[in-house]
Design a protein around this ligand. Structure first.
Ligand code: ADQ
Length: 468
């Protein structure tokens, strides 16, 4: 068995805690194969280009990290990845910057990184590339002479063809993607969007076994819904740190019902709509005033991008309106905390909350939905209110599914969740937990790697992805 090579924009660098679920999953994937290489950006930006990569060894894993120049950081990372691809793929064409120079820098970083990675590869390695920063990396590996298996997994949604084609460079990206042997998406909806786009714009032919022929290449396209380590998160939720966090918050909310939202502060997460819905709930249900609190945790991300500053201001204004109208001496309806918390604490807060509000306008998957479910007490579980536009909704039908643009329907779903009888809560939770536990992080990485190994040999058996 060859080595696994993982490429992602950010890696879990040696000495950094691998707190995030994804970092743990990829680390396990590398360790399970007895070693491999994790390649990516070092996180450092330098005034001038440095040659080569920095190598670190940790256990069986080699880290190979490349720096970016300040100009590359601006054009590739802040520019094309975060100001163009991110908004377009989340259906916010209105927020996207279309800048050819930024694309050129994005393509150049993919080329430079492809060349660097290719030098590290050995004949029987398999390469797994992650996310929207590296859509052209596979093609650059091919240009550098690599002929072995390369797979790509997109963590964010793949938009409808009409939206994807808003990108002036859509055909260039599509041509780049076609050099992967396997393209993995979060959901069947993403697979469908991608296949429709390739058929309509590039005459792709759909072949049996989820294969697509296009640009003279044949690739496998499938859904691999990402999961969490559900058992581990359930354990965290009853650990002393979790209980301590719940006790601290519990003292403050006393015997009021808690509604919780936890997100990175990002315009894709539907935060203004969520605060409006909570305001509407209080406007329309006098009996709930003083009896329910919303805790929204949302640390700012990529603050340097203007759209996030605007979002922060809008959230402050919306929370101010509701709190101004309804706060009392001993009760503030919305508590809004603009910072991150350790996973153990989040797990404890999820378990305390009667309602988990996960209402993104668009989301590749959304792991918070799964963490909320995993953290619940089976005897007395809370209710998940979930956006139908989160990838998670495709397989989490036991949640109360809502359209996050429909403020009234969201307010009604929160009310229904607060009043849901125990038996219905238990029944819904059992179905949700079974799903989250079965399609966990280990199942995700194993199914992707098995499919990649099979996809690279068109004559061989086609591995089954998780049916979407
Ligand atoms: P994200 O957009 O970051 O990920 P998500 O899937 O919700 O979104 O994962 C966020 C993670 O960060 C969760 O584990 C959550 O607990 C944690 N987190 C969020 N807010 C936090 C806070 N305030 N403090 C501490 N931790 C916090 C992208 C895609 C998603 C996709 C994932 C994985 O956008 O759609 O599900 O990758 O593929």
């Amino acid at each position: 068995m060859g080595r696994l090579i993982v490429a992602s924009n950010r890696t879990a660098r040696p000495q950094e805690p691998r707190a995030g679920g994804l970092a743990v999953a990829l680390w396990d994937a590398l360790s399970e194969r007895g070693g491999g290489v994790w390649f990516g950006w070092s996180g450092d930006t330098l005034a001038r280009e440095t040659r080569g990569v920095r190598l670190f060894v940790e256990g069986a894993v080699d880290f190979a990290l490349a720096d970016l120049t300040e100009a590359e950081y601006q054009g590739y990372y802040l520019g094309y990845a975060n100001r163009t691809i991110w908004p377009v793929f989340h259906y916010r064409v209105d927020l996207a910057h279309f800048d050819q120079e930024a694309f050129d820098t994005y393509a150049a970083v993919n080329r430079r990184f492809g060349g660097l990675l290719c030098q590290l590869l050995r004949q029987d390695d398999i390469v797994w590339v992650h996310d929207y920063h590296f859509m052209l990396l596979g093609q650059e590996l091919r240009n550098s002479g690599w002929q072995g298996p390369v797979g790509f997994f997109l963590h964010i949604p793949f938009p409808a063809p009409e939206v994807f084609t808003a990108l002036p460079q859509h055909a260039r990206l599509a041509r780049g993607l076609a050099d992967y042997d396997l393209i993995g998406f979060q959901t069947a909806r993403d697979v469908d969007n991608f296949c429709r786009y390739m058929e309509q714009h590039h005459g792709a032919e759909l072949l049996p076994g989820g294969r697509l022929r296009c640009f003279g290449r044949s690739m496998r396209v499938a859904a691999f819904p990402i999961g969490i380590d559900a058992q581990d998160f359930a354990r965290l939720a009853v650990a002393p740190e979790a209980a301590a966090a719940a006790t601290r918050l519990g003292r403050l909310i006393e015997n009021r019902a808690l509604v919780i939202g936890v997100d990175r502060m990002d315009y894709s997460k539907g935060l203004p709509q969520r605060l409006q819905a909570f305001g509407r709930l209080l406007d329309e249900n006098e009996t709930l005033r003083g009896r329910v609190s919303l805790l929204q945790i949302a640390p700012p991300s990529r603050e340097t991008v203007g759209a996030y500053r605007d979002l922060r201001e809008e959230l402050d204004r919306l929370a101010g309106r509701v709190n101004g109208d309804y706060s009392d001496l001993d009760w503030t309806p919305i508590r809004y905390l603009a910072r991150g918390y350790p996973r153990e604490m989040l797990a404890g807060l999820f378990r305390l909350a009667r309602v988990g509000l996960v209402t993104p306008l668009h989301d590749g998957m959304n792991l918070v939905a799964k963490e909320y479910v995993a953290a619940q007490d089976a005897e007395d579980p809370g209710v998940l209110v979930l956006s139908e536009f989160a990838g998670a909704a495709e397989r989490m039908q036991g949640a109360l599914l809502v359209n996050p643009h429909d403020i009234g329907a969201m307010a009604e779903a929160i009310r229904r969740a607060l009043e849901m009888p125990l038996e219905e809560r238990q029944e819904r939770w059992r179905a949700l937990f079974a799903e989250v536990a079965e399609h966990d992080l280990t199942a995700w990485r194993r199914s992707f790697i098995a499919a990649l190994e099979a996809a690279a040999e068109p004559a061989g058996p086609v591995a089954a992805a998780i049916p979407a």
